[in-house]
Write a protein that binds this ligand. Structure first.
Ligand code: IPE
Ligand code: IPE
Ligand code: MG
Length: 244
């Protein structure tokens, strides 16, 4: 197996909180936005690396529901940047048989229409692809995702389509943005921060969290392999006890 990982314990789904772009730029005397631009290469290298390691799902946190509180010029940059990134990479991504998904509140009027259109188009263009799934969490918040799920459930209860006594965790999972998405076994956060910042709240109940000091623009294959290796050392108990 590549890179000395245990082939039997490769996570099916990895989530990544791509953090540290601003600090990467600041350390070089550059504008914060230069850090975001530098993160583009890390993102597409990471997609390739995950694909070659046999990871089936990769979810990347690109813009949170809280990121609107950043200075207007940075927000504006991030909107245009994320759109440009899709234009620059969608053909190569499609050629790799990757299917793209976007999770988040896309009805938010603050998102420029052309960005919404580009995301919808990218999802549509890759929907028949059968390879790795890459999920962009954009204007995403875990609380929002759960609230949305609850709203659809409440509407079904109010209209008599759903018996409220039948509500369970499985039903909530089925109302999340991408119902078929498996829960991530591993969530990686770069830049040394140790929190989830509203990422995949419902799905991360039993995820292993790996924090690396590496800043996102410096995140490379060895850093990814090290994070997976750390995950492979963990003993996942799910509330039970160790076997043997
Ligand atoms: C992550 O890098 C990218 C986004 C949140 C969009 P940051 O921009 O948060 O970088 P730091 O944390 O300020 O270094
Ligand atoms: C989380 O990073 C969001 C993304 C990576 C898109 P932030 O940099 O926004 O998170 P906080 O503010 O440090 O928690
Ligand atoms: Mg940050």
């Amino acid at each position: 197996m590549v890179d000395e990982l245990d082939p039997a314990r490769i996570p099916r789904h990895i989530g990544i909180i791509m953090d540290g772009n601003g600090r990467w730029a600041g350390a070089r005397g550059l504008e914060r936005t230069a850090g975001h631009a530098a993160g583009e290469q890390s993102l597409f290298d990471t997609i390739d690396n995950c694909q070659s390691l046999g990871i089936e799902w990769l979810t990347v946190y690109a813009f949170s529901t809280e990121n609107w509180s950043r200075p207007a010029d940075e927000v504006e940059f991030l909107m245009a940047f994320n759109e440009g990134l899709l234009v620059r990479h969608r053909d190569e991504v499609a050629a790799k048989n990757i299917r793209l998904h976007f999770i988040g509140d896309m009805d938010d009027p603050r998102i420029p229409e052309r960005v919404v259109a580009r995301m919808a188009e990218s999802e549509e263009k890759t929907k028949a692809n059968t390879g790795m799934r890459v999920v962009f969490a954009f204007n995403y918040g875990g609380r929002n995702e759960i609230v949305n799920a609850m709203r659809t459930i409440a509407l079904d209860v109010a209209s008599g389509r759903l018996d409220p006594t039948k509500l369970d965790a499985e039903l909530v999972s089925a109302r999340l943005y991408v119902p078929e998405m498996p829960e991530p076994e591993l969530i990686i956060r770069t830049s040394g921060e140790q929190r989830t910042s509203n990422f995949l709240l419902w799905q991360s109940a039993y995820s292993e969290l790996v924090f690396t000091p590496v800043l996102w623009p410096d995140f490379d294959r060895p850093a990814l392999v090290a994070a997976i290796a750390e995950y492979q050392q963990r003993r996942r108990r799910f509330g039970g006890v160790d076997e043997g």
